[in-house]
Design a protein around this ligand. Sequence first.
Ligand SMILES: [Zn+2]
Length: 375
Amino acid sequence: MVAPPGWPYASWLDLDVLREAEVAHQLPPTSPLLQECLAFNESFLHGSSLFERPAGFARIQVGLTESGWMGARSRRTIPPFGYAIAIDAGAWLQIHLALSRLLAHPDVLPHIAVQGLPPLLKRLALPFITISSDGNPSNVDLFGGDRRAPDPPPDHKRSSCHRQLIFYAMQFLFLHEVAHIVCGHIEYRVARAAELARRIPEERRILAEEFKALEHIADQRATRFGILLAAAGALQGETGNAQEHQLLQQLELWGFAAGIVFLLTECFDYVGAFTSNHPAAEERRLFLRATALATPIPLIGIDTAHGVSMIDRGVQHAEAAWESLGWKCRPVGEIDLDNRISLIEHLEGEIAPPVDMAPSEQSNQGLKRTPDGAA
Ligand SMILES: [Zn+2]
């Protein structure tokens, strides 16, 4: 598959070409999981019947770039008729590298294992993929310790949890970008950066604060999408209490995965590649909780506050897991919660979403109802 017309990024990773190269060089196949992640993105934008999507989703393209970095970005297509979400090819590998180490620790998500895991006998480094100035990938070992991956725990519950977490983390990266688009942030960022020339420190400070607030808004909107999806996934099959229990557990895992994305994004600080616009992981967690609770999401069968608190628990657990391996988090110091929340509210009122991206009545109310009355 070639890049869609208008794709505004320098590269487009063609999975078919990649697959041919793998066959030619007798390499192991690209993870079917990565293919699943990409299939999810497509289906979320253009295929799934789980929810009523805004008409504007038809104008959004998504694909992988050849970049080895961990991240995702979005901008207008060329010509600017639509939007493109580019996910770095390195992201899923980076997420995998981090999770395979975190899940080897017996205190990390201890309830998701058939039996207790043995203690970790050595300190583990986090290999962090970087791109050198000649464009070649290399990696640095962050936080000190053994760079090799620990043996995967011989535990099927643990390994399916590992898969699920990679899937959710990739989902979060993608949904966060969808959120920037549907909230009108793409246009707003361009306009504001042009308006404020950033020549004086005061303008730079205002822009930095605004851009941080936009990140919180995107995190929150991504979480609302995530809750709807988790609910839809958990609704297949199980019924009654088991269904509620399963949904809550998935929300916790979803939060854990989002927390890992927050922490990995922070790692750019340590390799000095470039400064990320994104707030510190701890700030993102605090605002995710504050803003998600402020705008309740109707959920079928469970209390919204309970659902949000499970996500919050997952994000907190990700931070604790990170620290239990001796890995660093960015210290945030004092945060003026009230001030930033009022900036978030102000921006939400100020920025108009693209007209065809506003949520429809039905999707506002949650999941689409099927004819037999089941959600
Ligand atoms: Zn963002």
